[in-house]
Design a protein around this ligand. Structure first.
Ligand code: GLY
Length: 464
């Protein structure tokens, strides 16, 4: 846990911003996997972690903005828990760690909420995303599950997004440590990417690296020769020479901060000409976009730069044609780059997405586009010092999408479909780094992970 002052200050800042009523933060509960006693790996709610820091199931946090008191609700473990799970500190210990003197048993929460409701006080809560939490909120607040989303507090959501968007030095250190774990995961994957290896052997090994550092992984490992499928979770193919392997994977720190890195390598360790040509385009988009990062720039502008680099590069190899600016304005590049340049990162790998993507990545000055490709951009607004984000351009040849666009004669002024067709067996390439916005520009977090053609070929030569 961070020093208690960190949690005290965060709650104070939230109180100052929300101003009235009770703020309710439900922690996560344990969730059964295939029967009650066999649970999924416990993951605490990130807002709860941010303001209350305790990584145990079944807790609630309350901030009373009117009297300035904070409360931590939860029960001390009993002898049955001790027999099966071991000793845990008492709730007062956790309260002390986060600067809360009001640690109360769970049943007291009901009393406090009922009293507040009877007094007509506002109860602020954010959008619940787990069934268990929804059921609990329904009974606590008397709001039907189907109506919970309509009753969330926009003031609270906006205040939480404001605070969590800007990472302090403790958080940056945590994130950077997980990027260093990702270094080990990715360099191991590169060395293992040899013909005849089954993808799952590599996926399992790198997941183990995350776990061995206090992980787990920050999202299910994406690792595939079929990198044209953006989030490919199938790991059952045998690697073949002539294909490329996309690995998109990161770790969570013991305090649940995340990394999210992607690298793409040629199976066997040597790029052929076609692979190198496409790889260099994605690499250029990645490095040029990183260099653009600074306070005040709209991330949408950086995304559109990536789109232009990709369109220009694909034009140079004959896949696209025509005026690059016009092609990007028409969204033609999205046939090959159908996603956004990146997203915020922190306690969630898509940071704060549970609060609503538009609150995190957009605001009054920049609205989400409806154009295919651009519509998937998660972060478009102006960057500020302390933001941590991903930069992850890619080029993909998705046979089904090429077929549809060709059939519909979409963007024929900008796409040479006959040439695009010849890339249907190519797969995809994505290159992703985790970047901090500093006062004057940017800093790529963590130990540099091989990224250029030379660096990748060099490390793959080393083998495991
Ligand atoms: N890297 C996985 C994701 O951004 O969803």
């Amino acid at each position: 846990m961070f020093p208690k002052e960190v949690y005290i200050n965060r709650r104070k800042e939230l109180t100052n911003s929300v101003k009235n009523g009770l703020i309710l933060f439900p922690g996560s509960t344990e969730v059964p996997y295939n029967y009650r006693a066999n649970t999924y790996l416990f993951r605490q709610d990130s807002n709860f972690l941010y303001f209350f820091g305790v990584n145990n199931p079944g807790l609630f946090g309350v901030i009373d903005t009117d009297n300035g008191e904070d409360y931590l609700f939860g029960d001390d473990i009993d002898i049955d828990d001790i027999i099966w799970m071991g000793e845990l500190p008492k709730m007062t210990y956790y309260g002390d760690k986060i600067g809360i003197k009001n640690t109360l048993p769970t049943f007291k929460l009901d009393e406090i909420i009922k009293k507040a409701l009877s007094q007509g006080r506002k109860i602020h809560f954010t959008t619940p995303y787990r069934a268990e939490t929804k059921i609990h909120l329904e009974s606590l607040l008397g709001i039907a599950i189907s109506d919970l989303d309509k009753n969330v507090s926009l003031d609270l959501i906006k205040a939480v997004v404001n605070l969590r968007s800007v990472k302090d030095k403790f958080e940056i250190e945590e994130i950077e440590r997980t990027v260093d774990v990702a270094y080990k995961m990715h360099t191991t994957a590169m060395k293992m990417a040899m013909p005849g290896t089954v993808e799952r052997e590599i996926a399992g090994t790198i997941e183990g690296i995350a776990l061995s550092h206090g992980g787990p992984v920050s999202f299910q490992v994406i690792l595939s020769m079929d990198g044209q499928t953006l989030h490919n979770l199938n790991h059952d193919k045998v690697l073949q020479t002539g294909r490329m392997m996309v690995t998109d994977a990161g770790a969570e720190s013991p305090m649940r901060y995340c990394s999210d890195i992607t690298r793409t390598v040629p199976v066997g360790g040597v790029f052929n000409k076609r692979q190198k040509d496409i790889y260099e385009i994605v690499l250029r988009a990645n490095t040029e976009c990183i260099k653009m990062i600074k306070p005040g720039i709209f991330y949408k502008e950086v995304h559109l730069h990536a789109a232009k680099v990709i369109a220009q590069g694909l034009k140079d190899v004959g896949i696209m044609k025509g005026d690059v600016d016009a092609a990007v304005a028409a969204g033609a590049h999205a046939l090959f780059y159908p996603h956004g340049l990146g997203h915020m990162m922190g306690l969630d790998v898509h940071d704060m997405e549970g609060l609503g993507e538009n609150f995190v990545g957009y605001n009054e000055t920049v609205q989400r586009s409806e154009q295919f490709g651009l519509a998937f951009l998660r972060l478009a607004r102006k960057l500020k010092p302390g933001f941590v984000l991903t930069v992850e351009p890619g080029i993909y040849f998705i046979p089904a999408l090429i077929d549809i666009w060709k059939k519909e004669n979409k963007c024929t002024d900008f796409i040479n479909f006959d040439i695009a067709e010849t890339y249907k067996d190519f797969g995809g390439i994505r290159i992703e780094d985790n970047v901090l916005v500093t006062e004057t520009g940017y800093r790529v977090l963590g130990k540099p992970i091989p990224k250029t053609v030379v660096e990748i070929e060099e490390i793959m030569k080393q083998g495991v």
